[in-house]
Design a binder for this molecule. Structure first.
Ligand code: NAP
Length: 458
């Protein structure tokens, strides 16, 4: 895949970039290695000051950055601004909390291990290679970089090939903020160049956010090198609606939960599992509200849904829906590639999905909502858990006993009750099953890339 900005609204190539050659990649790895020597012995307070500067730079550059995101991957401009602000908030969270999260943990009674003092400390581990997706081109990277750098590590970024300008903005951000040269570097390389970097002995760990095949490939290389890996992969999150729920509110939130970021969020609700008692009411409201979304130019302030980021992504959605329709599914709204320039797909609601259809098992990475009818909570849970994914989940109920039952039994990295899944710097984020291993964000996210060092003193 060429490293290029191709505007999904027009389909036109805006700018193409030459990949970094071997010598440039080596220079950047060497600088990251040298910067680790500095950063690991830099006090938290100084790192925090630089991290606050980076957050401020993001806010200062908000208009330039939001426009860039919109042009590179089609995110509606209002949401692109929100991504910039959220990224700044994420950096500030780690600037303010890293020292307390990574504080030494002494054993209350060291005599039980025959020591005068004993406990653990969190030490940085070196260069972490991050392989990142295009769908939130700033937030995905910065929610890794914030904790990694605050822990005293350095970062190398291999960003998705279709967001090179975002990648190059991030390349200089931390240096502009005061961090030493090499604390964070972008490598403009294709996916095929990742293996060589990961096998470099100076690179100690890796993280990938993206598709399951890419995650498996990276993890197998990391495994053969015995390097720590964190994977944030796909999801096909359930959104369950039970009879006691506020159906009108649930149907409104469902529209956003599915169509945010033009439907291209790993934690977007993708399967709507509705109790039969409220099924007809829910799908009527849901389909009406989805049909009312304003689809169009993502630079237009009033646009709700823009194009899908890539032509192949749009074609894949069309194939998933066509396959389901051919096997008997019923489209309630949308279901077509509109006759216009750009890589649009109509926001779609489709019901009657059966296990023979690809939509049943595969992730729809765009504005396509599959609706399932469930006879009761056991069947709803079975449909929800009947997937290889386990990223997040949402359940709508006003019955406390039922709420607790779903929290306990949903096989997912998160359960959101009477709301839609979102990520917050303060809460851990990650999946089970094929959705990944490890956690990002909150205390868990910064500890992932630390050496939990046991200290024993005689
Ligand atoms: P992707 O094709 O896996 O790409 C993600 C990144 O991995 C890109 O930088 C890509 O580089 C690189 N890559 C691809 N194949 C690779 C390989 N074999 N070895 C090393 N690197 C490789 O995924 P995508 O289409 O961009 O993103 C969509 C997927 O990401 C969806 O499944 C979505 O659910 C998932 N996602 C998950 C999360 C989460 O936090 N769980 C968040 C966002 C997205 P190139 O661009 O150069 O190919």
């Amino acid at each position: 895949m060429a490293i290029a900005t191709i505007n999904p609204y027009t389909g036109q190539t805006e700018q193409t970039f030459e990949p970094h050659g071997d010598a440039e990649v080596e220079r950047r790895i060497a600088e990251a290695h040298a910067a680790f020597g500095i950063l690991r012995s830099t006090p938290f307070a100084r790192r925090a000051e630089w991290m606050h500067n980076a957050a401020q730079l993001l806010e200062d550059d908000i208009e330039q950055l939001a426009r860039l995101v919109t042009i590179e991957m089609g995110r509606p401009i209002r949401a692109a601004r929100a991504e910039v602000l959220k990224s700044a908030r994420g950096l500030r969270y780690y600037a303010d909390h890293a020292e307390e999260i990574l504080a030494p943990e002494p054993l209350a009674d060291p005599s039980v291990v025959g020591a005068s003092a004993a406990g653990t400390r969190y030490a940085p581990i070196g260069i972490v290679l991050a392989v990142m997706p295009w769908n939130y081109p700033l937030w995905q990277v910065l929610r890794f970089a914030g904790p990694a750098l605050m822990a005293g590590n350095t970062g190398l970024l291999k960003h998705a090939s279709n967001v090179p300008q975002s990648a190059l903005y991030l390349d200089t951000l931390f240096e502009r903020a005061g961090f030493p040269v090499g604390a964070f570097h972008t490598l403009l390389i294709p996916a095929s160049g990742v293996e060589k970097v990961l096998r470099d002995p100076r690179v100690t760990a890796t993280t990938l956010t993206g598709s399951e095949p890419a995650g498996r490939s990276l993890a197998s290389i990391a495994g053969s090198e015995v390097k720590h890996v964190v994977l944030e992969l796909g999801g096909s999150d359930p959104f369950l609606v039970m009879p006691s729920a506020d159906i009108d509110t649930a149907s409104t939130v469902a529209v956003t939960a599915r169509n945010q970021n033009n439907g291209q969020s790993c934690i977007a609700a993708k399967r709507f599992i509705v109790h039969t008692d409220v099924y007809d009411e829910f799908i009527r409201l849901f389909a009406e509200k989805v049909a009312a979304l304003k689809v169009g130019d993502p630079l237009d302030e009033s646009t709700d849904v823009g194009p899908v980021a890539t032509e192949s992504g749009r074609d894949e959605l069309a194939e998933l829906v066509a396959d389901a329709v051919a096997k008997g599914a019923n489209v309630l709204t949308g279901g077509e590639v509109p006759a216009r320039a750009g890589w649009f797909y109509e926001p779609t609601v489709i019901e009657g999905i059966t296990p023979e259809m690809r939509l049943y098992a595969e992730e729809a990475f765009g504005p396509v909502a599959s609706v399932y009818r469930a006879a009761g909570r056991e069947e709803a849970l079975a449909i929800a858990n009947g997937t290889t994914f386990g990223l997040s989940s949402a359940v709508w109920t006003n019955d406390p006993e039922e709420e607790e039952w779903f929290i306990q039994n949903l096989d997912a990295g998160a359960v959101f009750v009477n709301g839609m899944t979102a990520s917050y710097p303060e809460l851990p984020f990650g999946g089970v099953k094929d959705s990944g291993v490890g956690r990002e964000l909150a205390a868990a996210g910064i500890r992932e890339f630390c050496n939990l060092k046991t200290v024993w003193k005689g």
